[in-house]
Design a protein around this ligand. Structure first.
Ligand code: ADP
Length: 722
């Protein structure tokens, strides 16, 4: 009797063995149900062993095989690699690949009706209404839809079907996606774009693993270039599938229509905003190899493609590719590993590539394709620093006279301004004028942000939120609470006073929840119905507003605070992205960057457009300190209900760290979020030379630990903040 080793999507260290009954067709990669404890559980067969493996053993048997093509070996290898790399149980990775397990079953069906043209033997008013509706409507509808449109009960519809006047058809509720067409014409590429596209097409045809970096200034046509690679992949192999990873949902909305225009049908979407039904549809269609272009957020990397031949990671430098909760992984780095195992081409694209990526390109691991110009008349914006020390805004205000002047000129010219401030709400801090108390989320050190539209105080770390109290919760003084510092709502208030005639809108995750609201703002902006848009980082990406000519960065220094070594790089990336929103069409753009630190290397590089000079400084610092990509880094986060308990546990854990291999330990120190949901948190940073297998080191260390139950520990390989 053959034996199947089944991995379950749970944090279990090992797969379990099951007998394979004669009548079941079980292969490696099959999705199966098998009894585990009291329940039937879904699992994936990771290995099938021959008859001898079952001899003399009493094993429970596999109960069922799902009608889905087995998970490919490349995918199983990828999950195993990711588990090892992130120091996680393989079953946890499998559970990420099975997020939409309803997709394992065939699509449910529903009954829809069309008119046959025959008349019923007996006509009634209600029946006539139904037939009128059917005559006007081409597409088949469900009984409920017809009944509603005709204002009758759905019994009338079914009665008509029995007479033969309507025909009932069972259709899948989540049908395959409409086919994409790789043969539609693309843009007329510039010489530089055409050359880059040809390199990508060539690599796609070669059908082996290769990683590219499209390093092109904002608006240089990176998207148009990778469209050519997608078209080639689809043409070269009728079964090839393509995955496009994008950092944010807001961007996905804007770019979906570009995909639809280029490939004749929308791609299959995958992100947290989907309904269960949409999700299982994308999962099923991907697993069957029918979804040919999938576009999604970072977790789309864990979809079970049948034949993945091309992976695009757009805005590859973006911080949201890093998953910080649960299994922590960086989707860009994991994409390269998946590409290697799938023998696929990987294309990273950015105007401000991460230092890691640039170094990989220079080492020859990635091929760099440069796009240095915007096509046609569009030019890169001029960036000017506004030194707030010599042009300070008035008390309680945030805009310099220089910026306000330019905003007025822009308004008079009938053009648009974007003000960028990466702070939601009205004020990032609320203090009591009477006693000086800073309002925090109870049990934590997190400040509460004032939101005026909703009149609430909100914690942006934990989501805790209360109505703004009348009295200070500390001293009881009445009407003494005061917001300190700027948020987008407060800047909007200032602009309303300064430019009473202007049409002003706020674009943040508070005002644009979900695709509809986002599309609304984007459309009004495109139609010229907004004069001044005030936005957080969600405006930074992907949008092309042809009439936007002025970008004002309200507080360029806000991301530079705190001890994070990556702060400079991140600030540079974000601000160049924001500045790049200006001047995308024929009109030239300008960006004014307000700062108190105009001598900071990130600011100087922005003003001079000297990205490579800036990267050189960053790289020297990192090389000097042995930090990524010149060394390896992991973080250990520990938490417990009390500070004493976590401190004691952290000391015990540190004492067990294996010595040698050039490993250095920093900490434990308070984690960046010191208290979260009532748990006190500490963090170690573990640094090793580049040639050390840090994941293996961490696994060996953790294997020795026995932590008291209330203490939790998690490992973050390649932490994003350090
Ligand atoms: P990026 O991805 O580098 O920001 P996009 O591909 O979005 O650049 O291009 C910016 C804008 O320029 C888009 O509206 C795009 O359609 C247009 N564009 C890019 N290349 C061409 C071209 N060769 N011909 C015409 N329009 C182009």
């Amino acid at each position: 009797m053959p034996v199947a080793r089944i991995l379950f999507p749970m944090p279990l260290p090992e797969p379990f063995d099951y007998a394979v009954p004669d009548d079941l067709d079980v292969a490696e990669g099959s999705y199966v149900a098998a009894p585990l404890g009291k329940h039937e559980r879904l699992g994936v067969v990771v290995e099938v062993l021959g008859d001898e493996a079952g001899e003399g053993r009493t094993l429970k048997a596999v109960s069922e095989v799902y009608p889905t093509p087995p998970m490919t070996k490349a995918m199983r290898d990828f999950l195993a690699f990711a588990a090892r790399y992130t120091v996680s149980h393989p079953g946890r990775l499998l559970s990420m690949a099975l997020r939409a397990r309803a997709g394992l079953l065939p699509s449910p069906t529903e009954t829809v009706f069309t008119a046959t043209g025959e008349l019923p033997p007996r006509m009634t008013d209600a029946r006539a209404k139904v037939l009128d509706v059917m005559a006007a409507e081409e597409a088949p509808m469900t009984a409920a839809q017809i009944a509603e449109a005709a204002g009758v009960s759905s019994g009338v519809v079914r009665g008509l079907a029995e007479t033969g006047a309507l025909q009932a058809i069972d259709v899948p509720t989540d049908p395959p996606f409409p086919p994409v067409n790789p043969d539609l014409p693309g843009a007329n590429l510039t010489a530089e774009q055409a050359e880059a596209a040809e390199e990508l097409r060539h690599a796609v045809r070669a059908d082996t693993f290769h990683t590219f970096l499209i390093d092109g200034v904002t608006g240089s046509g990176k998207t148009e270039v990778y469209f050519e690679a997608i078209a080639e992949a689809l043409k070269a192999d009728p079964e090839a599938q393509v995955l496009v990873l994008l950092p944010e949902i807001a961007l996905t909305q804007a770019i979906l229509s570009r995909f639809t225009a280029r490939f004749g049908a929308p791609p299959a979407p995958w992100h947290s905003g989907l309904s269960d039904k949409e999700r299982r549809r994308t999962w099923r269609e991907t697993a069957h190899g029918r979804a040919r272009i999938v576009i999604g957020a970072r977790s789309a990397l864990f979809l079970p493609f049948q034949k993945l031949k091309l992976i695009i990671v757009d805005e590859e430098h973006d911080g949201s590719f890093k998953q910080e909760d649960g299994v922590t992984y960086h989707a860009r780095d994991m994409s390269v590993m998946r590409g290697k195992l799938e023998e696929a081409v990987v294309v990273l694209a950015s105007a401000t590539p991460a230092l890691e990526t640039v170094v990989n390109a220079e080492m020859g691991r990635y091929t760099r394709l440069k796009l240095s110009a915007r096509p046609g008349a569009a030019r890169l914006p001029d960036v000017e620093l506004v030194d707030l020390r010599s042009d300070p805004p008035g008390k309680g205000m945030w805009l310099s006279s220089r910026l306000v002047h330019e905003m007025q000129v822009t308004l008079e010219a009938g053009e648009q301004t974007l003000l960028f401030l990466n702070r939601r709400g009205y004020a990032p801090l609320v203090i009591c004028k009477a006693c000086g108390e800073r309002l925090k989320t109870p049990g934590t050190e997190n400040w509460l942000t004032e939101h005026r539209y909703t009149n609430r105080l909100v914690c942006h770390v934990t989501g805790y939120s209360i109505l703004k109290p009348q009295k200070c919760p500390h001293c009881g003084a009445v009407d003494s609470l005061m917001g300190v510092g700027p948020g987008v709502e407060r800047v909007a208030e200032e602009v309303r006073v300064l430019m009473p005639g202007a049409r002003i809108e706020i674009f943040s995750s508070d005002t644009a929840q979900g695709g509809e609201a986002t599309r609304g703002i984007v459309e009004r902006m495109e139609q010229g119905e907004i004069d001044v848009l005030i936005g957080t980082q969600i405006v930074a990406k992907g949008h092309n507003f042809p009439n936007l000519t002025l970008v004002g960065v309200v507080d360029a220094d806000s991301g530079m605070k705190g001890g994070d070594l990556r702060a400079g790089e991140r600030t540079y990336q974000l601000l160049s992205q924001v500045a790049g929103r200006a001047g995308r069409a024929e009109r030239p753009g300008r960006a004014l960057v307000q700062t108190y630190a105009p001598d900071n290397p990130a600011m100087l590089a922005l003003a001079d457009g000297d990205r490579d000079g800036f990267l050189q400084i960053e790289r020297d610092v990192r090389a000097e300190l042995g930090l990524p990509p010149f060394g390896r880094l992991a973080a250990v986060i520990m938490s417990a209900p009390s500070a004493e308990m976590v401190d004691q546990a952290a000391r015990d854990v540190a004492a067990l760290a294996p010595n040698g291999q050039g490993i250095e330990l920093f900490g434990p120190a308070p984690a960046p979020i010191t208290v979260l949901r009532g748990r006190h948190r500490r963090r170690f940073l573990v640094k090793s030379p580049r040639n050390v297998d840090l994941s293996a080191y961490m696994a060996a260390w953790l294997a020795k630990l026995k932590l008291p139950a209330p203490v939790r520990l998690s490992v973050d390989i390649d932490p994003y903040s350090f």
